[in-house]
Write a protein that binds this ligand. Structure first.
Ligand SMILES: C[S@@+](CC[C@H](N)C(=O)[O-])C[C@H]1O[C@@H](n2cnc3c(N)ncnc32)[C@H](O)[C@@H]1O
Length: 218
């Protein structure tokens, strides 16, 4: 289930050191993200992250929550090398990255069980099919009572932040299949997969962190 993306994976310049990438946006948002994850993740959660990018968010969250285990992934080999570099510094909490590409929609057959599916800043920089396959992965592979945590910008009709409208236009100019997603459409997509919105957290720079949860039994 791996493929190298044919479009740039990031819309920012990243410093690199020993294979580890440093993302300016992750430097700005990781403390806020770690703070919220520290609160919303269940005890000893086994987390699968899709589109982990540099891997810095995994490090920040695992430092905040030493009880959890984190499986990063990305279709991009340079990103995976960075995730592996950061993971080496983080002890056993972060596993070696997996090459997962949600554009293919292929079933993921050899995944360990996990409790939480995390996806940050991916569904707007990929075709809508990636969001659909994310919801399907959650429905098929999360344990009962599992949670999905999404982070990123959203459109909310007239309430959409102007910066997110500008970002949407910029994304679409690069790739017409990309774009800031409509919040209601995302919530509906996950509701159809069995995940109800449990919490919405307003984050810096007009981003949202969404926690979607499934019933204890399905
Ligand atoms: C803007 S970066 C976000 C990285 C990181 N999650 C963060 O918030 O800093 C988008 C990431 O999504 C990954 N990605 C793009 N298409 C994907 C797909 N089809 N399946 C999984 N990940 C994908 C890219 O390789 C890239 O690492």
């Amino acid at each position: 289930m791996s493929k190298t993306p044919d479009t740039p994976v990031a819309m920012e310049d990243r410093k690199v050191e020993d294979g580890r990438l440093y993302s300016p946006s992750a430097a700005r948002n990781r403390a806020a993200i770690a703070e919220v994850f520290g609160r919303v993740l269940p005890a000893r959660a086994r987390v699968l992250e899709i589109g982990s990018g540099t891997g810095e968010h995994a490090v920040a969250v695992c430092q905040a929550r030493p009880d959890i285990r984190w499986q990063p992934s990305d279709p991009d080999p340079v990103s995976r090398a960075s995730q592996a570099g950061w993971a080496r510094e983080s002890g056993a909490a972060i596993s070696a990255p997996l090459a997962l590409d949600l554009l293919t929609g292929e079933a993921v057959s050899d995944l360990a069980p996990f409790d939480v599916l995390v996806c940050m800043n991916v569904i707007h920089i990929a075709p809508w099919a990636v969001a659909e396959n994310l919801a399907r992965l959650a429905a098929e592979r999360l344990q009962p009572g599992g949670r999905v945590v999404l982070y990123g910008p959203y459109k909310e009709g007239d309430a959409t932040a102007p910066s997110n409208l500008d970002f949407d236009a910029s994304l679409k100019s690069r790739n017409p299949a990309w774009g800031v997603r409509d919040l209601d459409s995302v919530i509906t997509l996950f509701a159809e997969a069995g995940f109800a919105l449990a919490e919405r957290v307003d984050m810096p720079a007009n981003n949202l962190l969404l926690v979607l949860s499934s019933p204890e039994t399905r």
